[in-house]
Design a protein. Structure first.
Length: 277
C-alpha cells in the first residue's frame, strides 16, 4: 500500500492511509485559502490523523488562523532568503501524543554538541561514491527492501526508482565485491535552491565504515554545482545513527515532526536537520 501524489488547487500533495496523513509538499502561493479548505475537507472525509505542510514564512498567518502550529523551521529555505516552516494540524488526539519520549526528547538538548558521524575506531571507507543508473534499480530496490519494513514512498519498487531518476532525482551508491552496499538520494529543488538528503540505506555488514558520511559529503559537493544553498533531511528521531550522521557533519537541528511518517513498520516522529552549503 502506498499513498498517492496529486495536484489540487495548483499545490502538490501526497495523501493516503499508509502514512495516515496529507503531506502538502509544494504550496501554490496564489491560492493558499483554497488549498487549505480542500485539504481540510479531504482530511475529514478520509479520516486522516494529520496534515503536514511545508510552507514559506509569509503564508504562516493563514495557516496559524486555520489551527496549524509550527513543528520545525529552516532559515533561508527558499532561495536562501525566506524561512521554510514545517507546520501541522492534527485531526486525531492520539496522533499528536508523542510516543517514545525518552528516545526522542534528547535531540533538542544535544543539537549543539559535537558528535561523531561514524565510529572512528572502525576506519573510513576508501571506496568511491558512484551515481546510480537505471540499470541499477532492481538491485537498489533489493537493498532498500532489506533495510526498511515500510517507507513513506515506494522505494523498494524498481519502477518507482526509475521514475524518480528519470525525473531528475540522483541516487548515489557505494559498491563492494558483493554489489551495492550503501545508497542515498539527493532530491534537488532548483526553484527553492534546496536539496533533501534522503533514502540512506547501508547494509548491516557494512555499517560503521563511514559509508553514510562518504555518501553525504559527496552529495553536498555535487549539489553545490547547481547553486543549491540549503541541504536538509527528515530523519527518524528514534534512530541515533542517522541523527549523529547529520549532527556530526555540521547540520543544525530544526525541530521535531510528531508521529509523522510510516517507516520501518510504524508511524514515527521525525527530526529535521539543515545546513547552509
Amino acid at each position: 500500500m502506498t499513498d498517492k501524489i496529486e495536484t489540487i488547487n495548483g499545490s502538490v500533495i501526497q495523501h493516503g492511509h499508509h502514512n495516515d496523513r496529507i503531506y502538502l509538499m509544494r504550496l501554490n502561493p496564489c491560492d493558499v485559502a483554497g488549498t487549505l479548505a480542500t485539504v481540510t475537507k479531504l482530511a475529514e472525509s478520509n479520516g486522516y490523523g494529520k496534515v503536514f505542510a511545508r510552507i514559506p514564512l509569509d503564508t504562516w498567518p493563514v495557516f496559524k488562523s486555520a489551527g496549524y502550529h509550527k513543528e520545525a523551521v529552516i532559515p533561508g529555505f527558499y532561495r536562501g532568503q525566506s524561512d521554510g516552516l514545517f507546520v501541522a494540524r492534527y485531526f486525531s488526539v492520539q496522533r499528536q501524543v508523542l510516543s517514545n519520549v525518552k528516545t526522542v526528547a534528547h535531540l533538542p538538548g544535544e543539537r549543539n554538541q559535537a558528535a561523531p558521524a561514524d565510529n572512528p575506531a572502525t576506519g573510513r571507507t576508501s571506496l568511491p561514491v558512484e551515481m546510480c543508473t537505471l540499470a541499477d534499480t532492481i538491485e537498489m530496490g533489493s537493498v532498500f527492501q532489506q533495510i526498511f519494513d515500510s517507507y513513506p514512498f515506494p522505494i523498494c519498487d524498481p519502477a518507482y526508482l526509475q521514475q524518480a531518476m528519470a525525473g531528475g532525482v540522483p541516487y548515489y551508491c557505494i559498491r563492494t565485491g558483493d554489489g551495492i552496499t550503501a545508497l542515498a538520494a539527493a532530491e534537488i529543488d532548483r526553484e527553492c535552491q534546496t536539496v533533501e538528503m534522503t533514502d540512506f540505506a547501508i547494509l548491516p555488514a557494512w555499517r560503521k565504515y563511514g559509508m553514510a558520511t562518504a555518501l553525504l559529503r559527496h552529495m553536498e559537493k555535487e549539489t553545490c554545482k547547481f547553486g543549491i544553498k540549503t541541504a536538509y533531511t527528515i530523519a527518524r528521531a528514534a534512530s541515533p545513527g542517522i541523527n549523529r550522521l547529520f549532527q556530526g557533519n555540521g547540520y543544525q537541528y530544526a525541530g521535531l515532526l510528531i508521529n509523522n511518517t510510516q517507516i520501518s513498520g510504524r508511524i514515527q516522529s521525525m527530526s529535521v536537520w539543515y545546513k547552509q552549503l
